[in-house]
Design a binder for this molecule. Structure first.
Ligand SMILES: Nc1ncnc2c1ncn2[C@@H]1O[C@H](COP(=O)(O)OP(=O)(O)O)[C@@H](O)[C@H]1O
Ligand SMILES: [Mg+2]
Length: 282
């Protein structure tokens, strides 16, 4: 898909209009990915805004979002297409012969095939690190040619390649070959100003003061040595939880009581509490 949005600045503005705040680096990477018809490979910690980039991009480009969630053991039958075996059997039992068993009617279209047949489209291949090597190799081929051959039906070629967003939470390294095919973008935690802006944007009901304090406290907690440092998603959740409790400002007691929105490992709780107290000078 061609980026008809102008340049990085315009794309950034369009993403912002959907509620997604990208920095210059990300806006440029997205713009280039679209202009060069290359997938964008988004890697970074969970909650850093990778999946929601695809959603925002689809909205910004006014294109449908087609999502493939990867998991251990996923294969072409789940990702590309499959045949509806029970319906084929019924067809045979109804007395039809087997000449049209592999007709379009019996084809079950999965996200990757749907993405080839839809234009324009944004294809999200989410959490590729959960899939195995074979599936990666299969994807690499598909993303090089945007063509697949269904033996019984023939070759399907994308009218126009979809915009592709690949994400990885980096639970393992994805192969260089696949990365080489893509433009790479590392998702770091945003700086203070952008994280605050994201919280304000996603939870307009949270007071400015509370949003500021929560954002600052999360940054402090990230500095502690945690098993799972909180992402933007946790900052948003924490601010919302406190707002729901009627807080206008972050205080030690309510802060500690709501840390379950921020910290998801028992071992992280004590260091997080300590960081919060330090932040509040308590
Ligand atoms: N740059 C951003 N602009 C707006 N919201 C963001 C941004 N980054 C993260 N978020 C919000 O944080 C939450 C987690 O983001 P998500 O895309 O699911 O993270 P990931 O896929 O990296 O684990 C979502 O609610 C998302 O809306
Ligand atoms: Mg995600």
């Amino acid at each position: 898909m061609t980026d008809t949005t102008g340049g990085p600045a315009q794309l950034r503005a369009r993403l912002a209009a959907t509620g997604y705040l990208a920095d210059d680096g990300l806006a440029t990477a997205c713009h280039l990915a679209l202009a060069l018809h290359r997938p964008i490979f988004c890697e970074g910690a969970p909650g850093a805004g990778k999946t929601s980039l695809a959603t925002a991009l689809a909205e910004a480009l006014d294109a449908p979002l087609i999502r493939l969630q990867c998991y251990e053991g996923i294969d072409a039958a789940q990702a590309l297409y499959d045949w509806d075996f029970p319906r084929q059997l019924l067809h045979l039992r109804a007395g039809h012969d087997d000449t049209d068993l592999y007709d379009e009617r019996f084809l079950v279209t999965r996200p990757l095939l749907r993405a080839l047949r839809t234009s324009p489209a944004v294809l999200l291949i989410d959490e590729i690190d959960r899939a195995d090597d074979e599936f990666e190799a299969f994807l690499l081929e598909l993303l090089s040619e945007y063509t697949v051959t269904i033996p019984e039906l023939g070759t399907v070629r994308a009218v126009a390649p979809p915009a592709v967003v690949l994400t990885s939470n980096r639970t393992r390294e994805v192969h260089d070959a696949l990365k080489r095919r893509c433009l790479y973008h590392w998702f770091d935690h945003p700086d203070f100003a952008r994280e605050l802006a994201i919280v304000r944007r996603r939870r307009p009901d949270v007071s400015e003061q509370l949003a500021r304090q929560v954002t600052a406290a999360v940054r402090r907690i990230r500095g502690a040595d945690l098993i799972k440092p909180p992402g933007v998603a946790e900052t948003i959740d924490w601010a919302e939880a406190l707002a729901v409790l009627g807080a206008e400002a972050l205080e030690t007691d309510s802060g500690v009581a709501t840390l379950g929105t921020v910290v998801k490992y028992h071992e992280d709780l004590e260091p997080a509490r300590a960081a919060l107290r330090e932040e509040l000078g308590a």
